[in-house]
Design a protein around this ligand. Sequence first.
Ligand SMILES: Cc1cc2nc3c(=O)[nH]c(=O)nc-3n(C[C@H](O)[C@H](O)[C@H](O)COP(=O)(O)OP(=O)(O)OC[C@H]3O[C@@H](n4cnc5c(N)ncnc54)[C@H](O)[C@@H]3O)c2cc1C
Length: 399
Amino acid sequence: MDFNLNENQLMYVDTVRKFVKNEITPHILEMEKAHIFPWQIIGKAWKIGIINLCIPESVKGYEIDLISTAMIIEELSYGDSGISTSAMCNDLANVVIAQHGTDQQKERFLRPFVEKPLLASFCLTEPNAGSDNSMMTSFISKKDDGSYVLNGSKCFITNASYASQYTVLCKVGKPTSNFMACVVIPVEHVTAADIPDIGNNTRDIKVPTGGKIMIGKPEDKLGQRLSNTASVTFEDVIIQPDQIIGDRRFGFKYIVDVLDYARPMVAAIGLGLAKRALAVTLDYTRERKQFGQRICDLPVARETIISMWKRVELAELALFRAACKIREKAKDAGIYASLAKNTAAEAAIYCTTEGLHLHGGYGFTTEYEISKLNRDAHIIDIYEGVREVQNMIIGREIV
Ligand SMILES: Cc1cc2nc3c(=O)[nH]c(=O)nc-3n(C[C@H](O)[C@H](O)[C@H](O)COP(=O)(O)OP(=O)(O)OC[C@H]3O[C@@H](n4cnc5c(N)ncnc54)[C@H](O)[C@@H]3O)c2cc1C
């Protein structure tokens, strides 16, 4: 494994670091308290080319390698993991098109994201199909004219209130089918000017080809409050055959491919968050004195800071290993993706919990960023597969 970054990779890190330092860090606590959707940041991130990372060269004119992708997401997450979750969600939704779509589908479904700062949603989870997505019941059925009709409900969908396109996993033929399809539904484009902030409102979308999509009120979440999460219901939505990605029976395989790509990206979110927790804790404990010494010089506190640093470093190693495995298209890439996700989640939760503790009573107030980071961290261990599911994947492979 080569840990040296090339010129391009260094340039990306530098660009995102400056962007975060100027645009996010100085205002993050007010932004999070105001709870306004961060369109402005997303627009600026789009302008400097740090979102829509999976779009291929044939559409975008250039391609971003996997190591750079992970590092861009990590740096953005150092600023705010809710903003990076929203930004990264475009890739979660679009990578299946980049990997398995035809040239026409890539042009039709990916081009709009290159032209405007738009958001996409990836619709997999359902109320009764979370970790076990084989239990989903949303389905498409074929009509006499060769088109399909989609019905069903999804929950916890990132960007749903603002999305201009929905990538949907659904059963084929009937809710209990063994086959799963992946369909793409473009809708009227939404920009900051159209829906500046959804507030506590629902959104109804008339689908151009026929049918309705109903978006629920945004979830009122513990953390990552700058990302949007809502339910999505599809009512008699007409799907033309050219909206189906790849083979309409291979959805399960496509989910595995998407998650193998996306789990290291969640690891990058967790790593950025853990690094921020370590940084704000170092700042605080270097400043504050008790027992005549800086807190960071008190031996037991120093031990805790060392443990935080070790977890951050291990998470970074695991992330690089997973990104290299995926870049090589290694057969065992999946278990390294799971390892990276679990290691980063552990680092994020440990560093934010212990970091908060080292801030004492001040850490328990909303005045210090560490309390926000601690609220944000828990989701890293949950979305895109809970910790136990990652262990299930690792266990199955190594045994
Ligand atoms: C902020 C946020 C954003 C999200 N974004 C998206 C999105 O964009 N698209 C999307 O499709 N989904 C999204 N999700 C959904 C997310 O992926 C699911 O919440 C997650 O996969 C877990 O499913 P569940 O919530 O139904 O939990 P469940 O599957 O009900 O699991 C609950 C708990 O049961 C235990 N458990 C589950 N399975 C096992 C097992 N095999 N062995 C042992 N214990 C187990 C674990 O402790 C687990 O935490 C998002 C969720 C949140 C909160």
